[in-house]
Write a protein that binds this ligand. Structure first.
Ligand code: 26Q
Length: 786
């Protein structure tokens, strides 16, 4: 793109959008004008891509969450315009970095599942894969987190406050959505998904809910002002806010409305497109279309799809069901039983009575099949879609789909052998594994330009950004002192940058020459931030006993949002902050260790934390973390894993070598063996260090401000039998961390571990994952625009 065009574009959009000249423009206005300039540049290619895709078989990714983060930097990198734009702005005395930092994160997701969806749409675009993402345009994304006196507080996320440059509203493609008690509009906002160095531009279509009419004129004239706008508010409530929950809590009506809203809009959109090509002939529908359900959240799509085909398109029920079974695929993201979605049938009946009838009919079809295959009634019960006055969404998704997949090898094995074993025995060929991945554009090329340049220097070109398996070719340098030295210099530079950012954001000073031990992820008991905290507290006591304790100076960094209604999680936040305070106040301990809980952990913060890390903490109870993807982001930034035998940790360590990581703790089969007579009290009484740290929860060493949080944590460990096996893994954790500290002394040895992680990380590219979905489930092929 010519420099002149960039400047002209910025000036033009400043004028028409904000009514200002460049010299008077605020940073956010420059951000908007620059973004619109780039958007304008790609619109033709974008439309052409849609036309190209529409000519062939297409895949649709249905997800209630897309945790996109910021768009500008990523889009400039992928278009190959980053350096050019940086120069143009510099000539205008504007720092591109400052403009990037003004952008609000699009935080339309909770955590792993939402971020995975974001990586997937980017990879599909990069690979020219005909895939469209469908989701919800929440007015308020995931809450913003503050820490006040060590407690988490929340406030609303208003990401749209400056307007949003990176989407186009399509008023001519609105869908009308009917609930039994209200009818609303679904307005599509199309977000361009720009692949890396390709002309193709893919689409993420986010639906916004609006009322059919802005207000009721007659009520207004009667001076009933609140009533006049109440229908409008009720409609807008549907896409107002993302539920901050990352496990399925007892069904809430608004959540169900959200799910139906975007499912119905997406099904109608897909069917409309089909009809413009094939009229009312649905015989070839499944040949041209495939839809992936990102967990069960969009599973009501199946019922809506059936309703439209049967009631509106006059397709026989049996044929419609056969088409649906070809059309849908289902990805499972969780093993936690409490996270499996179930909806009360009375709720479904109240909002969409016809969908309940359809659910019963599908249930009948399944039961007939099972009876024919000789299953007895007791066995059949577990398969039922409607049972106990509930619709079991996972059963519906499994029955009506071409494929069911888990998200890491271990996870898929657990689904097959335990959680969904009955289904696996019924349909063994439906089950597949698709190990998660991450996009190397955002998670290396963009967030770590220093390391990226170094890789490019070593490999001679930038091909690795599009084919991450090429990183393997770095292995030949694994004994090259100069290479290892440069790698560690880059790491140190990224740690300095992180320390500066933490100072700016948290007002806390950390030492970039200390060891950065980082645990960043949603707060959950199964993820065991509490185990990490207890370990640190033990370390504190060991330093008190022996001020010369031989460990490297270490900064323990945490970042995590707790679901606002999850009391125990909030107690853990407070506990970590109290440990931080205890250490800061201690002259001896604070010389050796420091704890920082960074507030409002989010995608843009993550982009600074992964590159500035020395150790990746992935310590979930074995069998509980379906995959994890943060673990891959650390690895890609050359950081060893300290983790349990869980999720994708296992594959990470397999790829880069046990000797280059720290894998410890009980395995799934160990837990199976001990679970019946596990007694945490034995560990508590027999292990003095365990007792010492656990007792701080109740003996007044640490203060929870009278909330009862700490006593509750104590009870979880001691009285409620430590469901997540923290005490059983405590000594193993300690031993493994001891090994980390020992190994870190040998700088070269450590650098080699970092480097091995980098050159072994290629397989965790989401490009690989998307290729596998495309080949093994979706049956789609790349379609490039010329
Ligand atoms: C469901 C119903 C009602 C309210 C909320 C929900 C809900 C929302 C989000 C349930 C679950 C989620 C998110 C789950 C999630 O992020 N799972 C993670 O998915 C990642 C991608 O596959 C895995 O790497 C993680 O291991 C898994 O925890």
């Amino acid at each position: 793109m010519e420099k002149k065009r960039i400047v002209e574009g910025i000036e033009r959009y400043l004028k028409v959008k904000h009514g200002v000249k460049l010299k008077d423009a605020k940073d956010y206005e420059i951000f908007n004008a620059l973004s619109l300039t780039i958007l304008e540049e790609i619109v033709d290619d974008w439309n052409e891509t849609s036309d190209t895709y529409n000519r062939g078989r297409m895949a649709y990714y249905l997800s209630a969450e897309y945790l996109m983060g910021r768009a500008l930097g990523n889009n400039l990198i992928n278009l190959g315009l980053y350096d050019e734009v940086k120069e143009v702005l510099a000539e205008l005395k504007i720092d591109l970095n400052r403009i990037e930092e003004i952008e609000e994160d699009a935080g339309l997701g909770n955590g792993g599942l939402g971020r995975l969806a974001a990586c997937f749409v980017e990879s599909a675009a990069t690979l020219n894969m005909p895939l469209v993402g469908y989701g919800i345009r929440y007015s308020n994304g995931l809450f913003k987190q503050n820490i006040e006196n060590g407690f988490q507080t929340e406030c609303e996320d208003t990401w749209l406050k400056f307007g949003e440059a990176w989407s186009i509203r399509k008023d001519d493609e609105i869908q009308i959505i009917k609930f039994s008690d209200m009818t609303v509009k679904a307005v599509p906002y199309d977000v361009p998904i720009i692949g890396y160095k390709t002309k193709n531009i893919n689409t993420l279509r986010l639906w916004q809910c609006e009322a059919l009419r802005e207000f009721d004129f007659n009520l207004f004239n009667n001076q009933q002002y609140i009533e006049a706008v109440s229908a409008r508010n009720k409609a807008e409530d549907i896409s107002r806010v993302l539920y901050p929950n990352d496990t399925a809590e007892a069904g809430k009506i608004l959540r169900l409305r959200q799910q139906y809203f975007f499912s119905s809009a997406s099904m109608k959109d897909i069917i409309k497109k089909h009809k413009t090509k094939f009229g009312s002939d649905f015989s070839e529908f499944a040949k041209n279309n495939v839809a992936q359900l990102n967990d069960t959240h969009p599973t009501i799509s199946i019922l809506e799809f059936m309703r439209i085909l049967v009631d509106e398109e006059n397709v026989e029920f049996v044929s419609a069901l056969a088409i649906a079974k070809e059309f849908f695929g289902y990805t499972n993201h969780t093993i936690l039983a409490e996270a499996l979605e179930k909806w009360d049938i009375r709720l479904i009946e109240r909002l969409f009575p016809r969908l309940l009838q359809i659910a019963y009919e599908i249930d009948d079809a399944l039961m007939n099949e099972l009876r024919q295959k000789g299953y007895d009634e007791g066995e059949i019960w577990n398969f039922r879609i409607v049972a106990n006055n509930q619709i079991r969404m996972a059963n519906l998704a499994i029955y009506v789909s071409r494929a069911v997949n888990g998200v890491a090898a271990l996870h898929t094995e657990i689904l097959k052998k335990v959680e969904l074993n009955n289904w696996y025995n019924l349909y063994p060929n439906k089950f597949q594994n698709k190990t998660n991945g991450i996009t190397p554009r955002r998670w290396l090329r963009l967030c770590n330009s220093e390391l990226s340049e170094f890789i490019t220097d070593l490999l001679g070109n930038e091909d690795w950004v599009k084919d991450l398996s090429l990183l393997k070719n770095l292995e030949e340098y694994s004994d090259d002192d100069q290479v290892l030295k440069t790698l560690m210099e880059i790491k140190r530079e990224k740690k300095v940058q992180l320390a500066e950012f933490i100072k700016q954001e948290e007002g806390i000073i950390i030492d970039p020459d200390s060891f950065f031990d980082i645990q960043i992820k949603r707060l959950h008991e199964y993820k065991r931030q509490l185990l990490n905290a207890l370990y640190i507290l033990d370390l504190y006591y060991r330093i008190k006993e022996n001020p010369d304790l031989d460990i490297p100076k270490t900064t323990f960094i945490f970042g995590a949002k707790a679901f606002p209604g999850y009391r125990r999680a909030k107690g853990i936040v407070k506990f970590i902050n109290e440990i931080a305070r205890l250490i800061d106040r201690d002259e001896q301990a604070s010389k050796k260790i420091k704890v920082v809980f960074v507030h409002n952990y989010r995608v843009s913060y993550a982009q600074k934390l992964f590159p500035g890390s020395d150790l990746s903490k992935q310590i979930s109870t074995a069998g509980k973390e379906a995959s994890g993807t943060g673990n891959m982001k650390f690895m890609l930034n050359a950081t060893p894993t300290f983790g349990t035998y869980d999720g994708a940790n296992i594959e990470i360590v397999e790829a880069s070598g046990e000797e280059n990581n720290y894998i410890f703790g009980l395995k799934v089969e160990d837990i199976e063996k001990i679970k019946h007579d596990y007694d945490p009290k034995e560990y508590y009484h027999q292990n003095e260090s365990i007792k010492r740290v656990v007792d701080t929860l109740i003996n007044g060493t640490l203060d929870d401000g009278g909330t009862g949080y700490f006593e509750d944590l104590y009870n979880a460990l001691i009285e409620e039998r430590d469901q997540y096996y923290l005490l059983a893994d405590f000594e193993l954790f300690k031993e493994a961390q001891g090994k980390v500290f020992e190994d870190y002394k040998d700088k070269k040895k450590w650098a080699k571990k970092c480097f091995a992680n980098l050159y072994s990380s290629g397989v965790f590219s989401s490009d690989r994952t998307i290729k596998q979905y495309s080949d093994e489930i979706w049956n789609i092929k790349p379609a490039s625009v010329e």
